[in-house]
Design a protein around this ligand. Structure first.
Ligand code: SF4
Length: 209
């Protein structure tokens, strides 16, 4: 089976399992999504979804957040991992959104990645899920699965992202990125595996190249 056929099998299997994958982080607009994605680093989405209602009740716009001290933000997100760093990023980022972007989340990758706490994956998630841009955010789940399913042998997330973009049509990137994540969380964890226990690997390993 060539890599194109492998990709098609994976895509069909994931589409059957997760036909309409929802965005897992609760949010109301691009700003609250951006904050939720920043909070999700080294923290489960479930934990973030428990923290954000209280945070957004106090401040759900850049202008409101910029009025809070770092200590106030920290107190509201303390149960998330890396809370001290995230508090500083959220504070500075919100001030920059007010001063540079008239209180709005910018729609370009360069402007997003210029904000503190925003790397390539976070920018890609916001561009995809808030603005409908065709990006393929690659996190640790997607990196792991793409390699286990031999869709990429990339040594880093950018390499894997480029390989996946070559394999799948751009209109499928948004759903696929979410479907990979759901599958990784539910079935294919970072723990070791014999590579035969799930239908996808079982099927792919039966078919010789
Ligand atoms: S068999 Fe399942 S858990 Fe193991 S690598 Fe394949 S998809 Fe992941």
């Amino acid at each position: 089976m060539n890599i194109t056929a492998r990709a098609e099998y994976v895509r069909n299997h994931l589409a059957a399992l997760y036909p309409h994958p929802p965005i897992p982080l609760h949010h109301q607009d691009p700003y609250t999504l951006l904050i939720a994605v920043i909070l999700s680093a080294q923290c489960t989405d479930a934990r973030v979804n428990k923290v954000t209602p209280a945070l957004f009740k106090v401040a759900h716009t850049p202008a409101q957040m910029a009025q809070l001290s770092v200590q106030q933000i920290h107190a509201l997100i303390a149960t998330c991992g890396l809370a001290p760093t995230k508090s500083r990023s959220i504070s500075t980022l919100s001030q920059l959104l007010v001063s540079r972007h008239a209180g709005h989340v910018p729609r370009t990758r360069a402007e997003l990645e210029a904000l503190p706490g925003v790397g390539r994956k976070t920018a890609s998630v916001v561009l995809s899920q808030a603005f409908g841009e065709e990006t393929f955010p690659v996190d640790t789940h997607i990196y792991r699965l793409a390699r286990r399913w031999k869709l990429s042998c990339g040594k880093n997330t950018v390499h894997v992202e480029n390989d996946l973009k070559q394999l799948f049509p751009s209109v499928q990137w948004r759903d696929l990125h979410l479907q990979f994540i759901y599958y990784g969380r539910e079935h294919c964890t970072a723990r070791g595996c014999n590579g035969r226990q799930c239908p996808i690997c079982h099927y792919l390993s039966r078919e010789k190249n």
